[in-house]
Design a protein around this ligand. Structure first.
Ligand code: SF4
Ligand code: MG
Length: 316
C-alpha cells in the first residue's frame, strides 16, 4: 500500500474480486494536509466511487477509510460528526445538486446553522460573506438556482461545501460541465480557496491539463485499480505505466492551434471482462506472457513515484 506521513484522509479497499464486480478494488490512497491529489482515468475506472468512499457517501464493502490517522469505525460520535463536516463533496453538476425550490441563503446556510457553526439570526451575514469569498455578489442571497449561470451555480456549490468549514474536499469533475473560459475562473477559485482556507482536495477529472495545473500528486486509475501515482510533474514527464503513457498521448495538444486527441487503442474493456493478471494486458503494447497471469503490484520506481507494471523488473 502507498502511505504518506501527515495524511488527512486515507482510503483502503480490499474487495474480493470474484464473483462480485467491484468498481474499486484493493486501492490505497492518502491525501495530506493542504495537498491536492488529482485522480484521473477513463470513465468507468472507478474515480467517482473512490471519491464517494473517501468522503463517506459510500461504504467500502471491505477496507477502511482513515481520518487523520484513525479508522472511521474507531471514531466516537463527536469525532465522526466532525469528520462528516470536515470532508465535503463538490459535485459535477451543481444544478442537479442544488434544490431548485430553495433560495441561495438557505442552500448555503442550512448546514452551518443545523450544525451550530452559526446562529440562525446571523445566517444571512454568514452566507453573504461566503458568497463574496466565492466571487458572487452578496445581494444574490434571495435568488433561486435557476437565476444563476452555470459558472455561478458552480460557485454556489463550492460555497455550500465550504460553509461547514471543511478541511478536505472531494471534487468530482467540478468544472466539466462549464465553458472553457468559465472553467479557468472556477479552477482559480479552487486554488485561491485552498491557499486561504488550507484545504486539501481529491480532485477527480478527465482533463489532464486541469490536473497538471492543480495537483501536487496525481493518481491514475484503470478498471478499479490505481496503476500509477506520482508527484505531478514527475508523472507528466516520466510516466512509467503503459496505460498512463497512453492516457498522456491522448491528451489534446493545445498549443499547436489544432486540438487533436489521439484515441486510446484497444477495445473499451469493462469491469465485466476482468480476468487474471494485469487488467491492462489486453490493450498493452508491452504485454508479456506473465502479464496475463500475474497481477502487478504498486512499486516505488522513483521517490514518491509508484507504478504497477511488470516492465523492467527483475526482482519479483
Ligand atoms: Fe503492460 Fe504487463 Fe505492465 Fe500490465 S504489467 S501494463 S500488461 S507490461
Ligand atoms: Mg465519474
Amino acid at each position: 500500500p502507498v502511505d504518506f506521513a501527515g495524511r488527512i484522509a486515507r482510503v483502503m479497499t480490499r474487495n474480493a474480486s470474484k464473483p462480485v464486480v467491484n468498481a474499486v478494488d484493493r486501492v490505497s490512497l492518502s491525501v495530506s494536509h493542504g495537498e491536492v491529489v488529482g485522480l484521473v482515468g477513463e470513465s468507468g475506472s472507478g474515480k467517482s466511487t473512490l471519491g464517494r468512499i473517501a468522503v463517506g457517501l459510500l461504504q467500502p464493502s471491505r477496507g477502511t477509510v482513515h481520518w487523520q490517522g484513525k479508522p472511521l469505525e474507531q471514531l466516537d460520535n463527536e469525532a465522526s460528526r466532525r469528520k462528516q463536516l470536515a470532508a465535503q463533496m463538490v459535485f459535477q453538476d451543481p444544478y442537479a445538486s442544488l434544490n431548485p425550490r430553495m433560495r441561495v441563503v438557505d442552500i448555503v446556510g442550512e448546514a452551518p446553522v443545523a450544525h451550530g457553526l452559526v446562529q440562525k439570526k446571523d445566517k444571512e451575514t454568514y452566507v453573504a460573506d461566503l458568497l463574496q469569498k466565492v466571487g458572487l455578489d452578496a445581494a444574490m442571497l434571495q435568488r433561486f438556482p435557476h437565476q444563476f449561470s452555470g459558472g455561478q451555480r458552480a460557485r454556489i456549490g463550492i460555497a455550500r461545501a465550504i460553509a461547514v468549514q471543511p478541511q478536505f474536499l472531494v471534487c468530482d469533475e467540478p468544472v466539466a460541465a462549464l465553458d472553457v473560459s468559465v472553467q479557468a475562473q472556477v479552477i482559480n477559485l479552487f486554488m485561491q480557496l485552498r491557499a486561504e482556507l488550507g484545504l486539501s482536495y481529491l480532485f477527480i477529472s478527465h482533463d489532464l491539463g486541469v490536473v497538471r495545473h492543480m495537483a501536487d500528486r496525481v493518481a491514475v486509475m484503470y478498471l478499479g485499480r490505481i496503476v500509477e501515482i506520482a508527484p505531478t510533474e514527475e508523472l507528466f514527464l516520466r510516466a512509467n505505466h503503459p496505460y498512463t503513457v497512453m492516457l498522456l498521448a491522448s491528451m489534446p495538444v493545445l498549443d499547436v492551434g489544432q486540438r487533436r486527441a489521439i484515441p486510446i487503442a484497444g477495445e473499451g474493456t469493462s469491469m465485466e471482462t476482468i480476468h487474471s493478471g494485469c487488467r491492462f494486458h489486453s490493450r498493452c503494447p508491452h504485454a508479456v506472457p506473465r502479464c496475463q497471469v500475474d497481477e502487478p503490484k504498486l512499486r516505488e520506481v522513483a521517490p514518491g513515484h509508484w507504478s504497477a507494471c511488470h516492465l523492467n523488473r527483475q526482482d519479483d
